[in-house]
Ligand binder design. Sequence first.
Ligand SMILES: O=C(O)C1=C[C@@H](OP(=O)(O)O)[C@@H](O)[C@H](O)C1
Ligand SMILES: C=C(OP(=O)(O)O)C(=O)O
Length: 451
Amino acid sequence: MSTPNAGPEPLAAAASRPLTGRIRVPGDKSISHRALMFGALALGETAIEGLLEGEDVLGTASAMRAFGASVTRTGAGAWRVSGVGVGGLLEPEGVIDYGNAGTGVRLAMGLAGSHAFATTFTGDASLCRRPMGRVLDPLRRMGVQVLARSRDRLPLTIKGPSVPLPIEYRVPVPSAQVKSAVLLAALNTPGVTTVIEPVMTRDHTERMLKAFGAAIEIETGEDGARIIRLEGQRDLKPQPIVVPGDPSSAAFPMVAALIVPGSDVTIENVLLNPMRTGLIETLIEMGGDITIENRRDVGGETVGDIRVRSSRLKGVVVPPERAPSMIDEYPVLAVAAAHAEGRTVMEGLGELRVKESDRIAAVAAGLAANGVAVEEGPESLTVTGPTAKLGGGTVKTHLDHRIAMSFLVLGLSSEVAVAVDDAGPIATSFPEFRTLMTALGASFGAPETGA
Ligand SMILES: O=C(O)C1=C[C@@H](OP(=O)(O)O)[C@@H](O)[C@H](O)C1
Ligand SMILES: C=C(OP(=O)(O)O)C(=O)O
């Protein structure tokens, strides 16, 4: 969990020698959260390999223990979960502190919301600013009572009804977290709950629920929306899970290899679910030399090794409909765009305003502080490159891991060092970031020394 008393960890990066080598990034964050949660609901033992051991996911491991499941670490990335069965969660004794983890807390609210007990959730300063109404609204319709600070922010307490109501819910924002929270609540709801998704988002919940034997059906409506029906109160069967590498973490060495001259990096075993590969598609359109090798199927998901060589990039227009397949990758795409010839226009970014930070504002401020030409729109970012004299600025990370990692990557190709005010949040999703990047040839240091 977060360590609020540790204090900020300033860090800087400066022009790197070519990055070379083969690395594996840690397990996918979305799949890791879900593996622990579905394991906690299944009857019997779920063995997980390759779990992301970042703070966000460790928060879910603690939360599942608080709900009565047995969760044990048996080796590096190897975990076992003994579940309590659908409907069998216990009332947690204390407050569930989810630290920085939006996915963790929103999915856990769905889980707890279908149980007739009270759960209190809280988080760090970033999570307490983020909107929870998007999950609480459908849960209220299922009969959940909510006691919250104004505007549905954490800390808050929810209490499930004795018999939850199945609902039909059209997800109003493109959000896999909202879809998943309703489906998790539906697991312990009698009858059929329907979630309608006008815009498709990452589908790990649906894929994994199928694998665990849930009664889930998906069809496409006349208007093109995805209609997901789940019949509740059916047992889940434990499944061995192998978590592939997180494409959202792979994004950082990928962009670093593209922009540091002379680089040639391979990132092995990365999840290539089509709802997660928008960044790869965009970087290839920009002229990035990226090839996928050894494409294969692992546990119902496509994975592959991504080879990236430094490239001359050109600006592109990234269409808004691509946003769900690369929603967490815009900060690091903006860093690539600072190196591209011409304008890169990123549209349809409204959701970026409610992530760990307001990522449109944080990226714009960070790029501007380092001499990059950037324009911020209400739901867009436009970056014009290449930048003549890059670097020299200190970036405010606002408790946002992706802002910290993106700007350290910018530093690796800057004339003058780029500093971030706090690298601590990197541990939420990618604790090995510094070690792996260093193994490729990058170097980081204290901002005072200019790295
Ligand atoms: O469901 C998930 O695992 C996630 C969904 C996305 O959030 P939204 O559902 O808010 O788009 C993403 O930003 C987050 O990192 C992980
Ligand atoms: C948005 C993110 O995570 P979460 O919503 O789980 O905090 C992210 O990891 O970029």
